[in-house]
Ligand binder design. Structure first.
Ligand code: ATP
Ligand code: ZN
Length: 224
């Protein structure tokens, strides 16, 4: 099944997909994403692009199914902690942090909550899609909590009576405000990043990765 084409995974559609696509194009890759195809061959280089849900990308890279992946550090680190706990492979290297996809993972509580520090969350219930990052942060501060795992609509959980507070991604804070919540603690700052898995590359593939990195540096520096 293995051929000599470099495999790169990126988010199919969402907050990272447009900028990842734009970067690859500026690096000189001729992309032609047709309809719902999972794999799109790059027309002018021996590269295949896999377009998938962002949550699948860390595992695809760490399992060596793809060579490279563009992924938010938040999803990457959450998945790394999850896989570590499950004793699954977690090996990867970071090739370069991107200049897009910036956001932060924050704790937020109802506006009327008199918040004085993490201790105020002791024995409470917190809704989040990032239980591992949250547990690491709060256990370092001696706080025990129970999580309410939600992949969506996290910000409505307190009003709905499902949780006391939330831990969710924030960029402007407008969504929090609209739901009567205030941000009280930043637990992880994230950007998109390019990672490489453990699968050994051929000399040609390694040369291609090097070229891609040089061009990426050029594209990002040109914008600074
Ligand atoms: P998918 O369908 O691929 O699973 P998704 O809904 O999980 O997509 P998006 O909302 O597209 O994910 O976000 C992808 C990534 O974009 C986030 O994990 C994060 O790294 C980054 N991001 C940047 N700004 C924000 C923001 N304001 N809110 C959420 N994510 C953001
Ligand atoms: Zn996702």
């Amino acid at each position: 099944m293995q051929n000599n084409r470099l495999r790169i995974a990126m988010q199919k559609s969402g907050r990272l997909s447009k900028e990842t696509e734009a970067l690859l194009k500026r690096c000189g890759l001729k992309l032609n994403f047709r309809d719902n195809r999972l794999i799109s061959p790059v027309e002018n280089l021996p590269i295949d692009i896999l377009r998938v849900r962002d949550d699948d990308i860390p595992g695809l890279v760490m399992d060596g199914v793809v060579d490279l992946g563009f992924i938010g550090e938040n999803v990457l680190e959450e998945e790394r902690l999850e896989r570590e706990a499950m004793e699954q492979p977690t090996e990867f290297t970071t090739l370069r942090r991107m200049d897009f996809g910036g956001c932060r993972l924050s704790l937020a509580v109802p506006e009327e909550f008199d918040y004085n520090g993490p201790q105020d969350l002791q024995q409470s219930r917190i809704a989040t899609s990032y239980p591992n990052l949250l547990r690491r942060y709060l256990s370092e501060r001696g706080v025990e909590f129970s999580s309410c795992m939600l992949k969506g609509s996290v910000e409505v959980a307190p009003r709905a009576g499902l949780a006391d507070s939330i831990c969710d991604l924030v960029s402007t804070g407008a969504t929090l405000e609209a739901n009567g919540l205030k941000e009280v603690e930043v637990i992880f700052k994230s950007k998109a990043t390019l990672i490489q898995g453990p699968r050994p590359l051929s000399d040609e593939q390694q040369a291609l990765v090097n070229k891609l990195l040089v061009r990426t540096n050029g594209v990002i520096q040109a914008k600074e």
